[in-house]
Design a protein. Structure first.
Length: 344
């Protein structure tokens, strides 16, 4: 692990002048990368040297280096970097799960931190993991000279908006809208633009990050609540078809438990105590039903259905959209009325 530090623009710092992408009138910009802190994790020595040389040329001076997942976590949690550049696969585990945790607000690192994932090969499975973890960009090694420079510039001038769903937080790469409930979209604060181009201080950037994080948590809470409602719908549909002993039932019940537990934590963060209590009850009943199923008993869904309806009412979830799922489509239509009672 190594750190080289130079504060501000002075001896040892460099300025990089580059042009904006086509369509921006060819305006030249100077980037003050010496204002940006970075954490780099890569176990491959030659590739790490290429990254080191490029970042130094660009003007980065506050960079922490490591080659494993444990140190990546530790450095990110302690340094709160403005940029993370890491190999997707490290010696002690994949970085992809950590990136997902960052994006979902499960760490102390800001969820909008720019992340560049380095891939050793371009197989569909590896690329998919890189996309699904919420990385802003993927670098497939080897890359041509000047390529990393261009990707940094694109992050400054063309960072994608984020989408927020129950199972994904990160850049919106959808070619078109999908059917069903729409994922919320937000514009992430662009810390690289703020610091490297506009030379704003960390204190100035922090206010925008805090506001955006609150919005992200609200969107996540609604998305996870929607997932929990949909999962109860699907289990109820299996029951309606007489498939109470289906192997999918305990699997879905466990998913309900996990979603309800996460929603409870998000509700506590958002000072929604009533909702948090309702989610805790839903998680408890999901466990009771799951355990009954595993012991060969048919569990009653009455209480879970009541909690589901209360959650749907509390969050104003458009339940008609949730019925367009394989499990629910074959179920008899539910009566149109639904309780709007507060959760819990």
């Amino acid at each position: 692990m190594r750190s080289a530090q130079t504060n501000g623009v002075g001896p040892g710092a460099s300025l990089v002048e580059a042009r904006r992408p086509e369509g921006d009138l060819g305006m030249a910009h100077t980037y003050f990368y010496s204002n940006v802190t970075a954490v780099v994790a890569d176990p491959e020595g030659q590739r790490r040297q290429v990254i080191r040389s490029t970042l130094h040329y660009l003007g980065f001076r506050e960079v922490e280096w490591c080659d494993n997942l444990a140190d990546l976590r530790s450095l990110c949690e302690s340094r709160k970097p403005d940029l993370v550049l890491a190999a997707l696969d490290l010696a002690d585990g994949p970085a992809s799960q950590y990136f997902q945790d960052v994006r979902r607000g499960r760490t102390s690192v800001d969820p909008f931190t720019p992340i560049i994932a380095v891939l050793s090969e371009a197989s569909p499975e590896t690329v998919r993991r890189g996309i699904d973890c919420g990385a802003d960009d993927l670098l497939i090694h080897p890359w041509p000279t000047g390529y990393l420079d261009g990707r940094m510039e694109k992050l400054i001038h063309g960072r994608k908006p984020f989408v927020v769903s129950a199972d994904y937080v990160g850049p919106d790469r959808r070619a078109r809208d999908r059917d069903g409930p729409k994922a919320q979209q937000l514009t992430p604060p662009n810390v690289l633009e703020a610091k490297a181009l506009r030379r704003q201080s960390s204190e100035t950037v922090a206010e925008a990050l805090a506001t955006a994080r609150t919005t992200l948590e609200q969107y996540r809470l609604h998305a996870v609540a929607t997932l929990a409602v949909r999962l109860v719908d699907e289990v109820e549909a299996l029951y309606a078809r007489g498939q109470m002993a289906d192997a999918l039932v305990p699997v879905q019940l466990e998913r309900i438990r996990a979603a309800a537990d996460e929603a409870s934590l998000l509700a506590i963060k958002g000072a929604a105590a009533t909702a948090a209590a309702g989610f805790r009850d839903l998680a408890r009943h999901a466990v009771l039903c799951r355990d009954a199923q595993q012991h060969g008993r048919v569990a009653s869904l009455v209480e879970m259905a009541r909690l589901r309806d209360a959650i749907a009412g509390f969050f104003k979830i458009e339940t008609a959209l949730l019925l367009d799922t394989p499990a629910a489509a074959a179920a008899p239509p539910r009566p149109p009325q639904r309780s709007r009672a507060a959760v819990g």
